[in-house]
Design a protein around this ligand. Sequence first.
Ligand code: FES
Length: 110
Amino acid sequence: MVKVFFHRNNDEVLETDIEEGKTLLDAALRLHVKEIPADCKGNCACGTCHIHIDSRWVDIVEPIDLASLEPFVLEKCSNYDEKLSRLCCQIEIKESYNGLTVNLLGSDIK
Ligand code: FES
């Protein structure tokens, strides 16, 4: 099991344990994170699972697959940040991600 943390406005932290091979979206759904409605159910189409990776984890989390739709979906999201933005549904949990911390955003899309 891998522990992951979702920070909300720097004053509330949601945490859960998630199995390797699941996605960060699975962890968010387990916690019923309201900022992550995941309208497309993890199909990399809606952008409503957009988060910012904590800067300490940016170089540890596997980079975006540029052949996927993720970069195109992210560019349409509010609060898009080239370095920090990711879609929860596209982050597959690995053992080395234990302690992974991400920051929640609004779920709006431009
Ligand atoms: S759940 Fe829709 S893009 Fe991730």
